[in-house]
Design a protein around this ligand. Structure first.
Ligand SMILES: [Zn+2]
Length: 155
């Protein structure tokens, strides 16, 4: 490549908003309304293998069975894997700079066979462990969003 010095130019798009909406579906809506109205988690249970999916989905992938039973699951579970994010970026969920550091974890709620990705209110790597017990903390004002869960806290 040419070693000639180049001017690097940065372009700005200015202030932009891209609002959009999508349907959460019947099961997604049930999941989100239970979080919003009752601070409860529900999953979908496979009638063939018994696997419980959280958030609920319509079909069990391995069995290819339709999931018709919604079951309650705990607001407590354990960390399956985690990371502490220390590099700042613009959060696509809010359009705002995401404060760092924060912990993001895969959490398997008691009664579930799948993981839910969410924040954990702890950033000290000495305190966060795979298998650590966590409990959901809910926002006071809930809107029917996964962010109605403020974060999970170590218990
Ligand atoms: Zn199944």
């Amino acid at each position: 490549m040419n070693e000639e010095k180049k001017d690097l130019i940065t372009l700005e798009s200015g202030e932009m908003a891209q609002p959009f909406r999508w349907a959460a579906g019947a099961y997604g809506s049930k999941f989100l309304t239970e979080l919003r109205d009752n601070k409860k988690f529900v999953g979908a249970k496979c009638p063939k293998c018994g696997k419980v999916y959280v958030p609920p989905r319509r079909v069990c992938g391995p069995c290819f069975e339709e999931l018709t039973e919604l079951v309650p699951v705990s607001d407590e579970g354990e960390i399956v894997t985690w990371t502490v994010v220390s590099f700042g970026f613009v959060d696509p969920a809010t359009g705002m700079q995401k404060p760092v550091p924060y912990c993001y974890a895969a959490i398997m709620l008691d009664g579930s066979d799948t993981v839910l990705l969410h924040f954990v209110d702890e950033t000290d790597p000495e305190k966060i462990k795979i298998g650590a017990r966590v409990k959901a903390v809910f926002e006071e004002e809930r809107t029917g969003s996964l962010l109605d869960i403020k974060h999970f806290e170590l218990v």
